[in-house]
Write a new protein. Structure first.
Length: 72
């Protein structure tokens, strides 16, 4: 399964930036893109592992619950 690099824009708009076969390459590309962004950038760069681009976009679009914080 490939690794997809996406730009997540305001309002959840997704733009595919790249596709890689290895996590190491996808991660390095995403880190380079994040480093090149200005500090006040509103676009987030995300790496997603999925069967295909549609599945990756679906996973990025899902609302996730926050994990536990502190002693609960």
């Amino acid at each position: 399964m490939p690794y997809y690099v996406f730009a997540v824009q305001p309002l959840g708009l997704l733009q595919k930036l790249a596709e890689f076969n290895a996590f190491k390459d996808a991660s390095a590309h995403a880190k380079a893109l994040r480093t090149a962004q200005p500090p006040d950038a509103v676009v987030r760069v995300k790496v997603m592992f999925a069967d295909n681009q549609l599945a990756a976009e679906d996973q990025l679009s899902q609302v996730r619950e926050a994990g536990p914080t502190g002693d609960e």
